[in-house]
Design a protein around this ligand. Structure first.
Ligand code: NAG
Length: 324
């Protein structure tokens, strides 16, 4: 690598890293963690990095508000035009539900995305009991049969506040036969209905190779080891459980459970959407790499396993967004 040839630059980067770590540690000890619904700004918050999600951001926001998420920290990765210029996004900003941050791509230690997540936790973690890192193609869904017990995400997560984290499996959705992007904001929830059923997911080689790579983590901010987060979670100084309160182990991670929560992950959307996502170089190239042939073969691979039909997407969209 070229920068290696410049020893001054290396020393400078190292010094700066030490400084950054110093600042991180002193800041976290000063921040007092909130404890509950009364002292926290909101019980749960979401951190997300987004780039050019103009068609998808509004439904994503409205939907998550409708299931009880009260605060979103979005790191806008140089979207053009900036996501903050989407007219419907204004009201979320005005109400203080949404905060934009610029991304800072500089970190010698972690991926830019992980860097943003760690930053998010460091800056805002103390104002919330739980934090979740998701993308614009991920939706947190409370099982419909549980909605009377758990009407919103806070009622679910308050059952888990004695734990260090709750890990939830993805439910992977393919193209549902759509070839093209609709050319305007479209409901992802209503349009993409076909998903990979539990038994099929549990047999997928890439899942078996990395079950925790197919889960997302609600981290209890008080127990997070500073600087340890990546898109799938953080190191925590307390126990990690699944939504059935079972301890998360290598074995239990292999058992997909969507009994209370699932994270709908619209991995590909239409063929056209997937192609543009690949050319943008999304984070998903990370697990696309596990597969031979990569990219477009992955699209067919996901679709070939989507034998489940999620019938409630339209209802969920109607409840929050009516088509948007
Ligand atoms: C922002 O997008 C670029 C690609 O355009 C990518 O290389 C970089 O990792 C992204 N940054 C974050 C924080 O996701």
């Amino acid at each position: 690598m070229r920068w290696m040839q410049n020893p001054m630059k290396v020393i400078f980067v190292l010094l700066l890293s030490v400084l950054m770590v110093e600042c991180t540690t002193s800041q976290t000890t000063e921040n007092l963690h909130c404890e509950d619904m009364n002292t926290c700004e909101t019980f749960v918050a979401v951190c997300a990095v987004m780039k050019n999600e103009h068609y998808f951001m509004v439904e994503w926001l409205r939907y998550h508000v409708s299931v009880g998420f009260g605060k979103f920290y979005v790191f806008d990765n140089y979207s053009d035009p900036p996501l903050s210029e989407i007219p419907e996004v204004r009201s979320f900003l005005d109400k203080g539900i949404l905060t934009f941050n610029p991304v800072q791509d500089f970190s010698p230690f972690s991926s830019p995305q992980s860097y943003a997540y760690n930053k998010c936790l460091e800056m805002y973690g103390h104002q919330h009991v739980f934090m979740l890192f998701i993308d614009a193609d991920e939706f947190v869904v409370i099982d419909e049969r549980m909605r009377s017990t758990y009407p919103d995400i806070t009622s679910v997560l308050s059952q888990f506040k004695q734990h260090g984290a709750l890990k939830v499996h993805w439910k992977l959705f393919g193209s549902s036969g759509y070839e093209f992007h609709s050319g305007q904001p479209t409901s992802v929830l209503a349009r993409y209905t076909r998903f990979i059923p539990q038994e099929e997911m549990e047999r997928m080689p890439d899942f078996i190779a990395s079950p925790e790579g197919h889960m997302k983590m609600f981290v209890h901010t008080k127990y997070v080891v500073p600087g340890s987060c990546d898109p799938h979670g953080c190191a925590v100084e307390a126990d990690v459980v699944k939504s059935n309160h079972e301890a998360l182990t290598m074995e239990s991670a292999l058992q997909v459970s969507w009994d209370v929560l699932s994270i709908h992950h619209y991995v590909t959307k239409s063929y056209e959407d997937f192609r543009s996502k690949i050319s943008r170089g999304s984070a998903h190239s990370m697990y696309v790499r596990h597969l031979p042939g990569k990219t477009m073969q992955y699209f067919g691979y996901i679709d070939s396993k989507c034998h489940g039909e999620f019938k409630l997407g339209k209802m969920l969209n109607d409840a929050c967004c009516q088509g948007h």
